[in-house]
Design a binder for this molecule. Sequence first.
Ligand code: ZN
Length: 281
Amino acid sequence: MIRTRFAPSPNGLLHLGHAYAAIVAHDLARYHGGEFLLRIEDIDAARSRPELAEAMMADLQWLGLEWDGPVVWQSSRLGSYGAAADRLRAMGLLYPCICTRAEIAAVATQHGPDGLIYPGTCRGRDIDPAGAAWRLDMARAVEIAGPLVWEDELAGPQTATPEIFGDIVLLRKEAPASYHLAATLDDAGDGITLVTRGADLFAASHVHRLLQGLLGLPVPRWHHHGLIVEGDGRKLAKRRGSPSLADMRRDGVDGRALADDLRHALLPAGLSLITGIGCVP
Ligand SMILES: [Zn+2]
């Protein structure tokens, strides 16, 4: 059975881009007679606000998107991140790093999908792990995992190339897990069989496939969908004045009609839907 999820972080109000992501996840589950879960990604305790999670649930109901089962709270499974990290550490694949952003910027020369590729300064160094971030030794990880493939419903079969990211951070000083580790473990823990997300995160799936291989997790299929962008080609963002769903709800907009418009890529003036792997704004 197909199971999808919509997984917002309650550190800001949802906008049309989130609505589109939720509709894709919901409609794919319904089309296949599967399940659609709502997961609230609230592990960033400093930025998460309960009233925003409440607003998100109200937004989804207003759009006519019903989720199955109880809401999953990401903060309820912090233990799984630590256990996975212990396992990777025992395999000799994690090392502590104390470099600052400025220090990395001063010596890094190559760019990857997440920005500058970490030059490996702390690899092999004797560093006190207290207060350090933990990085994945990518070359060793790729060697141990061996060749990996994955499949995107729209883009077709893919050969995993996580090495384009270099030695990524998996555990941060200030948060229990990086996006890559948390997303991979949460989707596995929730039994997600079809991972939906924006095409701007297409490359991240190479890393997630690697983590699944290393940790012996089930491998889902992926569906990287298009993005709603502004006239200048940039993603919607609240800070640039994109109205929130909560604003529209309060202004009396018909949420179900809006959802149907989004399904047909009928967008408010000035916005457009772009698709394809290369559509990263
Ligand atoms: Zn370092």
